[in-house]
Write a new protein. Structure first.
Lengths: 665, 177
């Protein structure tokens, strides 16, 4: 049966979203300035060239979504079958992806047979500007939902651009399906246009990969791909499609090898915890005075937040979260240690659950006498980097369920009290940073990141909007000390750590375009806040990698607000201290108007230099994004000297891990 | 008299020490090596009543821990180099480490004053601290010394305005963070 594709909102769907999202948030709309409400009520065209106040401006006149785009997205979907002229290899693969519930596809033109077949069958498909950023966007969509997501690009040049995004996804253990066309088998070794030997280039940054060379095995290899994507510890899969495979025709299922469904080519069975190991774990936990559970990426991917909550509340175990997505345990919970870094050294037992990337003992703020339990679905990495007292091979959900069922009820008032005191100290430290930042901002007429952090938090969590509704992603190390500690994850998937452990500068906006699409459509854990805007806290260095992709966000009406901390340089400029002839390497031109660039590609732009301007711009942008699905960019003007520990102390710094930040492991 | 000697003297005068087996520090420190806290480790009794341990630890730097039974002192050498004694950083360091002797610190992290006392010291612009053993329990003192030094690296430095210090002096590779 034909259905409408949902990769972009139809007018009816847009109305439905606005009605359900905005109408239920009148309280939020109330405090917004009259000017902003008026602007929000305008059409996109009316907003064009309208100076809202100060440095605010809507999309430039003439920029609009093509009617052909809207028409294309309204086309009915169809599933190819073996009847008539048969089914192509690309369609066989697309059908399998649909049956596996592939959540979305982010691509650039290229790999046409596969991309067209996947869009046709109704997999939400987004076409963007570069393969690299679309790979980041696919990664972001997966991080926000816990679902398998695909990206696709053309052979040599497009594929080469995807490597950066694949590496980012690999480090984050994202179940990303990377697809690329790749010339023909017949043309191999003849230096054909755009041909490149792809699989060796992704060695070390994929869980599984294969160049498909036998047309009638396309289904078999598709099944292999999903077996790897949905089993054990997640990771990316890379398939490259020569023309002979994508364009092969099949008129009968018997022409395909191993053509049987997912209930037979993979299993949902997971390793449970053995009774003996469970007893040992329970014994260690009961004996501990100040236990701490680190809920890593695996807790999110396995959607294990409910048994986690049950277990730790039953026995009053403190929790830190880690990984590329946060919110598997709420930051504001009394047992959360994410905002209590001063208490971490007091823990006498740590239980790592789903911590795919293990730190060494000198990387986490835990005392050297701490006892350690590590729970991991695969045996081969237990004990690496961090010595364990007890290793348990088990699925995260099954372990946490067993823990919740096996632990006696216990109160740990002194431990909970210590967490609360440490949180108060943490809050005070950040309030002190804010006061200092205000002073710096006043004296320089530029926004210090501590001011941005505080104002953002006040707006998102202490204002009129539901503190759980907005998803936030962040990146950029110059602001790490001041902004990420202000961001709250109080529901699964509410925060995305864009550069998680790969440390890449630049994926932020693109990752959050994907994540914002997932929240807009209410996919997986985002369902309760369907339609809400998403915030991306990035930097001028970061936005340089992905600003053009805001055009894609505008095309698909993805309500993303990018806050660009614009300090006119790479955050690295202080490293040139003592190398005066090298300073220029780290600098940009000053006063670059990223907001104007955004306006030129269909977005709303704001330019701000003070706390008051930022506060107003954030409210205005939120309203415009929520009401009209127009992406926004707030250019927050700073100065590079804020990164100096001597000129403007305390300067940059990495929040203590585990818990506060998440940039590293 | 150097500042170090003055500080050590102050701690020594803080109370009478009880004799104990100074070699008790060796198995305690060795246990950290066996559990991956120290990356390399060696220790020996270098003279009667004196033990010296060498280890590789934070920032891939070598550290030396000495236990002196005659003076009932444990010291970790050159914990933070290039910190002038009159600097704000040393002032903050002193406040931080000596806070472990304060009643404001939670009991499970504080030094029991009947067992040990702590003092920051600065020798040739090297900031470090020493622990005076009050009851002859060198194992306790070695454990506390390790814990407090660990907090210097994982709390004092990252929480303070020492980003550039960590890069310039301790050799932190900012690209590896």
């Amino acid at each position: 049966m034909a259905t409408k594709s949902d990769s972009m909102e139809t007018p009816a769907k847009q109305k439905e979203r606005e009605a359900s999202f905005i109408a239920s948030r009148r309280e939020f709309l109330g405090p917004i300035s009259l000017g902003a409400v008026a602007a929000g009520a305008m059409s996109t065209q009316a907003l064009a060239q309208t100076s809202l106040s100060g440095g605010a401006c809507g999309p430039l006149e003439g920029t609009k979504v093509a009617a052909a785009t809207t028409q294309s997205l309204a086309e009915p979907t169809r599933r190819a079958d073996f009847a008539g002229r048969g089914i192509s290899g690309a369609e066989v693969f697309a059908n399998l992806c649909k049956d596996e519930g592939l959540a979305a596809l982010f691509c650039c033109p290229g790999n046409y047979s596969v991309v067209h077949a996947m869009a046709a069958i109704g997999i939400p498909t987004y076409g963007g500007r570069t393969e690299n950023t679309m790979t980041n966007a696919a990664d972001g969509y997966a991080r926000a939902t816990g679902e398998v997501v695909a990206c696709s690009g053309t052979e040599g040049p497009g594929f080469a651009g995807m490597v950066y995004g694949l590496a980012n996804a690999y480090t984050a253990h994202t179940p990303l399906l990377l697809l690329a066309s790749n010339q023909t088998i017949a043309g191999e070794d003849r230096e054909g246009l755009q041909h490149i030997d792809q699989q060796p280039l992704t060695t070390g940054i994929k869980k599984y990969g294969k160049r498909l060379i036998t047309p009638n095995r396309v289904y078999e290899y598709g099944a292999n791909a999903f077996r790897h994507l949905k089993s054990g510890v997640p990771g990316p899969v890379h398939l490259d499609f020569p023309g002979e495979v994508a364009r092969a025709k099949f008129t009968n299922p018997s022409q395909l090898k191993d053509f049987y469904d997912k209930t037979r080519y993979r299993t949902e069975n997971r390793p449970g915890v053995a009774a003996k190991e469970l007893r040992s774990a329970l014994d260690m936990i009961v004996k501990a005075e100040r236990p701490l559970l680190i809920a890593g990426a695996g807790v999110f991917w396995r959607k294990a937040w409910d048994p986690l909550m049950r277990a730790v509340e039953r026995h009053e175990i403190a929790v830190c979260t880690s990984g590329p997505t946060k919110g598997q345990f709420p930051d504001e919970h009394r047992l959360s240690a994410n905002l209590s870094p001063q208490a971490l050294m007091s823990a006498d037992l740590v239980i790592f659950v789903g911590q795919y990337k293990m730190p060494s003992p000198s990387e986490y703020r835990l005392n050297p006498d701490i006892k350690t339990i590590r729970v991991h679905p695969e045996q081969d990495s237990i004990g690496e980097y961090w010595p364990v007292d007890l290793g348990i091979v088990a699925d995260e959900t099954l372990f946490l369920e067993a823990l919740a069922d096996g632990l006696p009820k216990k109160s740990r008032a002194p431990w909970v009290d210590e967490l609360a005191k440490a949180r108060a100290a943490f809050d005070k430290q950040h309030d002190d940073y804010y006061q200092l930042g205000l002073k710096y901002s006043t004296s320089t007429n530029a926004l210090h990141p501590a001011v941005i952090g505080k104002e953002t938090a006040d707006f998102l969590y202490r204002g009129a909007i539901d503190p759980k509704q907005t998803m936030v992603g962040w990146g950029g190390y110059t602001t790490l000390r001041f902004i990420p500690p202000r961001i709250r994850a109080n529901r699964p998937g509410q925060v995305v750590v864009c550069p998680y452990n790969f440390g890449a500068i630049g994926p932020d906006a693109a990752v959050m375009i994907g994540a914002a699409a997932a929240l807009r459509d209410g996919i997986g854990p985002q369902a309760a806040y369907k339609g809400a805007p998403t915030l991306c806290m990035t930097t001028d260095a970061g936005i340089g990698f992905s600003l053009m992709e805001l055009e894609t966000a505008a095309k698909y009406k993805i309500p993303l607000i990018c806050v660009v901390y614009s300090n006119n340089c790479w955050g690295t400029w202080t490293f040139a201290d003592g190398w005066p002839r090298s300073v220029h390497v780290h600098l940009f031109q000053e006063g670059i108007r990223y907001d104007k660039m955004a306006q030129a590609i269909g977005c709303h732009g704001e330019y701000v230099r003070t706390a008051e301007e930022y506060r107003a711009a954030l409210k205005r942008s939120y309203d415009i994004a929520a009401r009209q699905g127009i992406p926004c960019l707030i250019n927050a003007q700073a100065i590079k000297e804020f990164s100096s520990t001597t000129a403007y102390p305390p300067g940059p710094g990495f929040p203590g891990e585990p818990g506060v930040g998440g940039f590293q492991k | 008299m150097t500042m170090s000697e003055a500080n050590a003297g102050a701690v020594v005068n803080a109370g009478a020490a009880t004799a104990g087996d100074v070699t008790a520090v060796i198995p305690v420190l060795e246990s950290y090596s066996k559990r991956g806290i120290f990356r390399t480790f060696s220790a020996s009794q270098i003279a009667p009543g004196k033990v010296r341990a060498k280890l590789l630890w934070h920032y891939n730097r070598s550290y030396q821990i000495t236990a002196d039974g005659d003076r009932a002192l444990l010291r970790i050498s050159s914990l933070l180099p290039q910190v002038p004694s009159n600097s704000a950083m040393f002032h903050n360091f002193r406040t931080f480490v000596e806070g472990f002797g304060s009643a404001e610190t939670v009991p499970h992290r504080r030094l029991d004053p009947l067992k040990a006392r702590i003092k920051a010291e600065n020798v040739g612009d090297n900031a470090t601290f020493l622990i005076k053993v009050m009851d002859g329990d060198y194992a306790y003192a070695a454990q506390k010394l390790t814990n407090i030094a660990h907090e210097v690296f994982l709390a004092f430095l990252p929480d303070g305005p020492y980003w550039e210090y960590r890069i310039d002096v301790l050799g932190l590779d900012p690209d590896s963070m």
